[in-house]
Design a protein around this ligand. Structure first.
Ligand SMILES: *Cc1c(COP(=O)(O)O)cnc(C)c1O
Length: 488
């Protein structure tokens, strides 16, 4: 199977090469030439790791030992062997994606991506070590560090905005162990940091980095999307096993959305054969996707709001390009839309494409106040504690349930532990919040009794290992300097 650019089908790559490169040479995203349909009914009884290996082998058929990779990536790292438990909360289901080593849903993909990259390096006969550069607004950095630390043939540098992440998130990153990791704060905001990383990719060539090859861990890499397809199948199998549905009946999924990777994985699952009902795209006050799915106009020229669900504060949802490609099959049309977006800041799709989008996707949005009220309500009624991102999805699922009464179960995807955003959650419960995030964690625990994830509780005791702080202009020289050091 070949992968091809969303903007030009003639630009192809093997699955392993697509994973190594991350992005196609024309700026498009890699897509399989056809999405394989699975005999998924035969997998309903399989354990999560087996299910994972089957789905990933179908999408990345040039990998010889997917079972081994999956086991190395996941075994013993999550709170439960099933990785992503499905919990009944009221008459809905919550799919808990945050039971991994950093309590963020990004662990599901970033536990496996290092294995996929490391194996791709072997398959493509690359002698150089891979140098992963990541800019993070908080969650991705730690999940990437945890995934890549001590993986042979790889090094990773994570840049985060100085003073721009929560105290918990900063502590998670600066205490990271591993002989191949560097963490560096940048004086500037997240956009400066991300722009800095993009400029390094654009300006560095092979001579600048002898023995190293740059790669990225962000969510445009197909190696990050593929592992996320698995939990849709797993949730479906759980609902069958519990007798809530019969095989073949539909299930709706409501997804707190930022870069559109998580929800797109649900659409992949559907195209692979799973009876997915509606995919509900939930946004916070940054509601560019709600507008798009309602009107067919994508317009990024709007105010950017900082919200209590920061991982969804995003105006350009990169993975939407893959959906447009899947629904139209027309690379020059997708290229023209992306050109409009880059040059004019907006685009409009055809009526036909809008109808297709609306036949698969529902959408909705809510602000911080509504999400906070939902946290309070669900705690009061169900004694289940939502994080602010999951609360956005729950609120939008409420809107959806007002208009859809088909009896099919609604699964809300839960993307973070409430303890990663303790201040927003505690204040939603009507409690006073102090300045110290760790004290707030304790207060949240005292108030709810919900256990603090071990990895977060342990942070307080861990020594700080990374103290570098640089100006944004110095990111390139930092990378060149570190690249030249033999001993990290
Ligand atoms: C990344 C993230 C999201 C958004 O997921 P996308 O795949 O980017 O749409 C939602 N919630 C949390 C907590 C996240 O970290």
């Amino acid at each position: 199977m070949k992968y091809q650019s969303t903007r030009n089908r003639a630009l192809t790559a093997s699955p392993a090469a697509a994973v190594l490169r991350g992005i196609a040479p024309d700026g498009g995203l890699y897509m399989p030439e056809a999405i394989p349909v699975l005999n998924w009914q035969s997998l309903l009884e399989a354990d999560t790791l087996t299910l994972s290996a089957r789905i990933l082998s179908a999408l990345l058929p040039d990998y010889p030992d997917m079972d081994g990779l999956v086991r190395r990536g996941y075994a013993g790292k999550f709170e439960t062997e099933e990785l992503t438990p499905l919990v009944k909360v009221g008459d809905r289901y919550v799919l808990e994606l945050f039971r991994g080593p950093t309590s963020a849903f990004k662990d599901v993909a970033l536990s496996l991506l290092p294995q996929l990259i490391s194996q791709a390096r072997t398959l493509e006969n690359i002698r150089d070590e891979m140098l992963i550069l990541t800019a993070t607004s908080g969650d991705t950095g730690k999940a990437a560090l945890e995934g890549f630390h001590d993986v042979p043939g790889t090094k990773i540098i994570v840049f985060y905005p100085y003073g721009g992440v929560s105290a918990v998130q900063q502590a998670q990153m600066v205490t990271q162990e591993g002989a191949n990791v560097k963490v560096c704060a940048v004086r500037g905001n997240f956009d400066d940091t991300q722009t800095g990383v993009k400029q390094i990719f654009a300006s560095c060539d092979q001579e600048d980095l002898p023995g190293l090859r740059l790669s990225s861990a962000n969510s445009i890499n197909i190696g990050r999307l593929a592992p996320q397809i698995v939990y849709y199948f797993k949730a479906y199998a759980d609902l069958v096993r519990r007798g809530r549905i019969r095989v073949g009946e539909p299930v709706h999924f409501c997804v707190p959305t930022g870069n559109f990777g998580d929800i797109l994985a649900g659409y992949f699952a559907k195209r692979m054969g799973l009876p997915v009902g509606r995919l509900i795209c939930a946004s916070n006050r940054n509601d560019v996707l709600t507008d798009f799915l309602s009107t067919g106009v994508y317009d990024k020229r709007r105010t950017f709001y900082k919200t209590t669900s920061p991982s969804m504060d995003i105006l350009v949802s990169s993975n939407l390009e893959r959906l447009l490609s899947l629904l139209t099959g027309d690379d020059s049309y997708v290229a023209s839309l992306m050109k409009d977006l880059n040059e004019q800041g907006h685009y409009k799709v055809t009526e036909e494409l809008l109808r297709k989008l609306q036949s698969e996707f529902s959408c909705g949005c809510c602000d911080d106040d509504a999400a906070g009220r939902t946290i309070g309500k669900v705690w009061a009624q169900e004694k289940y504690l939502l994080d602010p991102h999951t609360a956005v999805a729950w609120t939008v699922a409420d809107q959806f349930s007002h208009t859809h009464h088909d009896g099919a179960p609604v699964v809300v995807l839960s993307t973070a532990s409430p303890y990663k955003f303790p201040a927003a959650v505690l204040s939603a419960l009507g409690q006073r919040v102090s300045d110290d995030d760790f004290a707030v964690m304790d207060d949240l625990h005292a108030c709810t009794g919900v256990p603090v994830p071990k990895n977060l509780a342990a942070l307080r005791e861990k020594p700080v290992r990374h103290r570098d702080v640089i100006d944004r202009e110095d990111m390139l020289s930092y990378v060149l300097w570190k690249a030249g050091e033999k001993q990290w």
